[in-house]
Design a protein around this ligand. Structure first.
Ligand code: FES
Length: 139
């Protein structure tokens, strides 16, 4: 990782991330790396490089649309929210990202928080959970 600027850390050039692929930002031993994804539509996302199922390396998965299919058991993870796509549940931590002058920057405070927390984050309410709750009300 490189210079920090106003709370953002310069991690690499956009061109360093392969289209429909990912690049891992290594944060040292014992700390989960950050997978930066570049989708076919040129959208970019950064999430922790571990699947909410059993910790598979999402950076090695197949990118399709704005999702990645985990290489271990094929769960799909939404790259914008970090949430597993229904019927699977769970989520991985999303790191805010911005692009300036062809460089990628990750939010420094979010990175620090992710490094300090060993556990996966709790998921915000998802459409799947809301649908399940609605279904239960009518059961
Ligand atoms: S570890 Fe990712 S689907 Fe099982």
């Amino acid at each position: 990782m490189n210079a920090m600027s106003e709370g953002w850390i310069d991690v690499c050039a956009v061109e360093d991330v392969p289209p429909n692929g990912a690049r891992v930002i290594d944060r040292g031993s014992g700390v989960c790396g950050i997978a930066v994804f570049r989708c076919g539509d040129e959208s970019l996302f950064a999430i922790e490089d571990r699947c909410p199922h059993r910790g598979g390396p999402l950076s090695q998965g197949i990118v399709y649309g704005q999702r990645v299919a985990c290489p271990l058991h094929n769960w799909s993870i939404d790259l914008a929210s970090g949430q597993a796509v229904a019927p699977d549940t769970g989520c991985t931590r999303v790191i805010p990202l911005r692009v300036a002058r062809g460089r990628l920057f990750l939010h420094a405070a979010a990175l620090a928080a992710a490094g300090a927390a060993a556990a996966l984050p709790s998921c915000p309410a998802s459409a799947h959970a809301a649908a399940s709750a609605a279904a239960n009300e009518h059961a």
